[in-house]
Ligand binder design. Structure first.
Ligand SMILES: NC(=O)c1ccc[n+]([C@@H]2O[C@H](COP(=O)([O-])OP(=O)(O)OC[C@H]3O[C@@H](n4cnc5c(N)ncnc54)[C@H](O)[C@@H]3O)[C@@H](O)[C@H]2O)c1
Ligand SMILES: O=C(O)C(=O)C[C@@H](O)[C@H](O)[C@H](O)COP(=O)(O)O
Ligand SMILES: [Zn+2]
Length: 360
């Protein structure tokens, strides 16, 4: 088993990574309170709810709230229903929320925890690769608004993250690939050696070989923990974790039924890389390596059709907008990226056009 600590000034917390970890919960989470609310969905519950429930203290009052499956469940109405359930069950401020699921469950559960009675404890039990390498760590939580992705949320850290890697055996190929998109992101923004390791171990990762997977998850969590510890509230460096997301969130918001988050991030990353290629700030060799690795993982490297007006309208809602001006994360080489205010709009449209698919 591995342990990585997210070292924050206010309160640090552990990420536990290993196999069959739900059975170890009584030793990993020794201070669970007497009122527990598990938030999950039916797909995940079918596999992991019973093992989780069996590991919780017998004396605890446990309620289970299942949300619908899909990005649309990260909504104001799901949030309201969970609040109703907590209040109906007379839960108090010393209860805890357990997020059992992927990024949708984790983001919603985190926002519930941040706001129920002004904040209660919560624990992340991520079951998708994306949630294990990214969304369960760092305390960003949110729900969507019809106007855009993650527009309502808070920074609110979990008390612990427990990553049971064997959960990934039941994940679809498509959702597994989505997690790899965020893994590739860490290599591009932060760690060229890790990127090269991913290239060398792509076949093992596609085959979900446990050793390769464990390393990819641990290294991703280490990188995320380091970045978050240095800049919890995204005043600077944390924004790098947003590589591909300004474009990606626009795609997701427009096509939320057909594009998943990791896919949109992959296509958005290619747009960012293409922009830098066109400005001679990223070599063609690095651009091709980024493209090839995403393709090897079965991820889209082309963006869907969107009018300039739609791109503009969606991207303007990005949280990195400052004084009305858009800022993008742009890779200068594999292992390094920068947060920049973009003024060359013809260049942006040219980059988008260059990677837009003609049919889908
Ligand atoms: N807070 C953050 O820092 C952060 C980071 C990245 C992404 N996100 C958010 O995360 C969301 C995407 O997360 P996701 O990719 O995990 O999607 P998701 O939560 O929708 O899960 C993907 C699918 O996998 C199913 N599933 C989950 N675990 C499973 C398992 N072990 N076996 C079988 N099926 C399983 C789910 O029911 C769902 O159908 C987006 O809303 C995105 O905005 C947040
Ligand atoms: O943790 C972060 O910081 C990230 O940006 C991680 C992203 O992968 C994630 O998708 C996040 O939810 C995006 O945040 P947002 O601030 O752009 O809504
Ligand atoms: Zn993301």
């Amino acid at each position: 088993m591995h342990r990585i600590d997210v070292g924050l000034a206010e309160r640090s917390y552990p990420i536990h990574i290993g196999r069959q970890l739900f059975t170890s919960l009584p030793t990993l989470l020794t201070d669970l309170p007497g009122q527990l609310c598990i938030i999950t969905n039916a797909t995940i519950a079918a596999h992991y709810l019973k093992p989780l429930q069996a590991a919780l203290p017998e004396s605890a009052t446990v309620i289970v709230h299942e949300i619908a499956d899909g990005e649309h469940a990260k909504s104001i109405s799901s949030y309201g229903e969970i609040m109703d359930a907590l209040i109906a069950a007379s839960f108090n401020r010393d209860c805890a929320i357990l997020a059992l699921g992927g990024g949708v469950v984790g983001d919603l559960a985190g926002f519930v925890a941040a706001t129920f009675q002004r904040g209660v404890d919560f624990y992340q039990l991520p079951t998708t690769l994306l949630a294990q390498v990214d969304s369960s760590v760092g305390g960003k939580n949110a729900i969507n608004h019809p106007g855009g992705k993650n527009l309502i949320g808070a920074f609110y850290q979990p008390r612990a993250v427990v990553i049971s890697t064997d959960c990934l055996t039941t994940l679809t190929t498509r959702d597994y690939a989505c997690g790899l998109a965020e893994v590739v992101k860490y290599g591009i923004i932060y760690d060229a050696q890790f990127f090269a390791w991913l290239e060398q171990n792509a076949a093992a990762l596609n085959a979900r070989e446990p050793e390769a997977l464990a390393y990819a998850i641990c290294r991703s969590c280490e990188i995320k923990a380091e970045i978050v510890a240095a800049d919890e509230r995204e005043q600077g460096q944390r924004a790098l974790l947003n590589l591909g997301h300004t474009f990606g969130h626009a795609i997701e918001a427009e096509y939320y039924t057909s594009w998943h988050h990791g896919e949109a991030v992959a296509a958005g990353t290619v747009v960012a890389a293409q922009y830098m290629l066109q400005h001679d700030e990223l070599t063609s060799a690095d651009y091709q390596r980024i493209l090839a690795l995403l393709q090897t993982f079965g991820l889209p490297v082309r963006a869907p059709q969107l009018t300039e007006a739609k791109w503009q309208q969606r991207m303007q809602r990005d949280k990195k907008v400052q004084a009305g001006r858009l800022r993008f994360i742009l890779p200068t080489r594999i292992g390094h990226a920068e947060l920049r205010t973009v003024t060359d709009w013809p260049g942006v449209w040219q980059a988008i056009r260059a990677v837009t698919e003609t049919t889908r």
